[in-house]
Design a protein around this ligand. Structure first.
Ligand SMILES: [Zn+2]
Length: 68
């Protein structure tokens, strides 16, 4: 079952909820767990862009590189 993440627009509380696709299409009656406000917004969780290793960081190594 997929997890959806929501943020409360009123107090900023973030929470997750489970729902099936059909439940979600029908519309979820969600309330903030913190303040009870129905004014919540779904957070579309994009996959984190993987931090690329810094290829030019060779000189900042243990000092034995000798390139600097
Ligand atoms: Zn709230």
């Amino acid at each position: 079952m997929p997890t959806y993440e929501f943020v409360c627009k009123y107090c900023g509380n973030r929470f997750e909820t489970f729902a099936t696709i059909s439940q979600k299409e029908k519309g979820l009656d969600l309330f903030c767990e913190n303040c009870g406000s129905p004014d919540v917004k779904q957070i579309i969780s994009a996959p984190m862009t993987l931090l690329r290793g810094s290829p030019s960081s060779g000189c900042s190594g243990s000092g034995s590189g000798g390139c600097c």
